[in-house]
Design a protein around this ligand. Sequence first.
Ligand SMILES: [Fe+2]
Ligand SMILES: [Fe+2]
Length: 427
Amino acid sequence: MYTNKTRKNSLVYRSLLTSPILLLVSLVILPPDICLARITKGPFLLHAYQNRAAVMWETNTQGTGKLLYCTNIKEKPNHIVTEPQPLQYEIRYDPNNIVKKTVFIHKTWLENLQPGQSYFYRIIDSESKSDFYSFRTVPADTNEVTFVVYGDSRTHPETHRKIVEQIAKRNIDFIVHTGDLVTDGDHYDQWGPQFFEPLKGLSESVPVYIAKGNHEGYNGNFEKLLTPPGEKNNFAFDYGPLHYFCADNIAKGLNPKELLEQIASDIRNSKAQWKFISYHIPSLNLGGHWSNWGSPEVFSVFADAGVDFVITGHSHQYERFRPLVPPRLLVADKRGGSFVTYITSGGGGAPLHDVKPTVYHTQAKKIHHFCLFHIKANKLTMDTIDINGDVFDHLEVTKIDGKLNREYLETAVPAEAVRSHRDLHKP
Ligand SMILES: [Fe+2]
Ligand SMILES: [Fe+2]
């Protein structure tokens, strides 16, 4: 069997390491897939909540893994034993040169954690171990959160890496990725170089919440790698004053109305001061793909539910729309609704799309970037930052009695006007 053979060969290889001459010979004569057992992806912090956190990693040999964790590195750690799931895939160099590989994916929850606590952890398997990493659980009582939203980091890992290096300079609590992590997610060999490797040094310690993109594919690689055990691709989480829903709007057989109602019902039930949503294909988008997912129902559904920000990807550009006048206000319905701000953030590394600023935008740019949010109680600031670390869009809004400040609301535009503009100008 492949696994046993690999394991046996890796032991042979390890013994060769003790002799430099034999090692040199072995490098020449042994096939390339005979190598030391090692951690080949991760560890990667999938989700981190107040009392639990999910971690994944991949190895190139079978066998149980172990995750050691503790709050004090000098104390005896807790440990979790993991049974990995094998994943077989092919690399087609050409029709006559197809290499079959098997890797092993470990995913586990760390349970019964303390809120607001830093934890150290490392991964150990029979033949290798990781460095120590740390992460922090969500505090039980905080009015402050700092986070990044970005997306569409596929295809150019060197650009993605530069974005990650800029993000890593900020002290953030989590990342939301708006999808399109790799060029073709059905090709397993792309996940390492395009997604896991550029995020190294950050994703071990900062959870990355993902709204699945169409480029993730449909053969299950995304779910096997990145959906935590027991969770789904539609999920919500809280961090202090913020409630965030991440949705999968590229699922096969999806009914947009059902997904909108699922999101809205979750948002309505949250008492958080700020409510954000991310999904991949935009509902409001001029340029790039000119997407209008869920339109026009989406505008009244989200305004009625009390959403503040909707941040999507798919179109490789940056655009921030003026807040939308709630549709019910336009028909003099006193129930009103929230003024929702729509942002397209799809500039994480993929080839950029053209976008022209309009009167409906506060900013629209063909640029690689990420959005850095800071919320402290009723005050929200956002800086949108390019690959050099320069801020090219800045927003400050305040909520008083649950409503955004008047100066901001006075800049609002009706969704209907933006939709008409799209229909007139879409190529
Ligand atoms: Fe994309
Ligand atoms: Fe996309």
